[in-house]
Write a protein that binds this ligand. Structure first.
Ligand code: ADP
Ligand code: MG
Length: 242
């Protein structure tokens, strides 16, 4: 809701033609309190992701890793939320260039959560023989952050992720792009096999668990599925504060 203008022309509030929506001081106070709570929450999230960024950056640099797969264990655990906030936290550091790539091709969410328009489709771009670079945008507000976020679900996402031309194009893009780090936002590990198909592209994996839903059985199943795949750098316990 927009704040009422302090300079609105004086007009008797009880005249019959006055149809402006009325806002009581109590509502204004409630709005102010909720805005403050939101700002506090946003600050807290930024702080937590700054901590994660520092630990992750140190580890990735020490090991010479460049591509981090962020993989939710189940849908809705917060994989995209983590990818977006981690990428923003990395890009806040003036010397760190990062590229965020949406690889949940059947259910892309990066553009929405980042608040940018999605751009193109990977399948169609490859079919035209065009490079994936042309789908990459740079954020005006966050110059260190480049984004590859398709605008809609890709038809045949699972097949596309296993397609040789896609895998080699993505490999080429992440190697040739000037960004020091690539954050790859994945489909959930448990569900179908779309996440597994592209995981060998990553150097390391960051798992995201839903603090309220992920069970020990889920974790065991993840361990089984991830055998022989890139190492798990850590597990984020999301949505667990209450
Ligand atoms: N820690 C969090 N705080 C607030 N909202 C969150 C948090 N984690 C996830 N969400 C929200 O929950 C929803 C599902 O998260 P998302 O990242 O899209 O899940 P996934 O990518 O794992 O399927 C989104 O609307 C997202 O904004
Ligand atoms: Mg997601």
């Amino acid at each position: 809701m927009k704040a009422a203008s302090k300079t609105a022309p004086a007009k008797a509030a009880d005249t019959p033609e006055d149809t402006r929506p009325q806002v009581s001081a109590r509502d204004l106070r409630r709005e102010a309190a909720s805005a403050a709570a939101d700002a506090q929450h946003t600050k807290e999230i930024a702080k937590q992701f700054s901590l994660l960024r520092t630990r992750m950056l140190r580890e990735m640099r020490n090991r010479g890793w460049r591509r981090l797969a962020v993989v939710p264990i189940t849908r809705g655990a917060g994989g995209t939320f983590t990818s977006v906030n981690l990428a923003l936290a990395l890009a806040r550091q003036s010397q760190t260039q990062v590229i965020l790539i949406d690889l949940d091709l059947g259910n892309p969410g990066v553009a929405d959560q980042l608040g940018v328009p999605g751009r193109g489709l990977i399948g169609a771009t490859l079919l035209k023989g065009q490079p994936l670079e042309q789908m990459v945008s740079r954020l005006t507000e966050t110059k260190n952050l480049a984004v590859l976020a398709p605008g809609a679900p890709e038809p045949g996402a699972a097949e596309l992720l296993q397609d040789y031309s896609f895998v080699s194009e993505l490999e080429r893009l992440t190697k040739s792009h000037p960004a020091e780090l690539a954050i790859l936002d994945f489909a959930p590990l448990l569900g179908d096999d779309t996440a597994l198909a592209a995981l060998p592209l990553a150097d390391a994996i960051l798992l995201v668990a839903d603090g309220r839903r992920t069970t020990a059985a889920h974790m065991q199943e993840c361990e089984r599925l991830l055998a022989g795949l890139p190492p798990v750098m850590g597990v984020i316990l999301n949505k667990s504060e209450d």
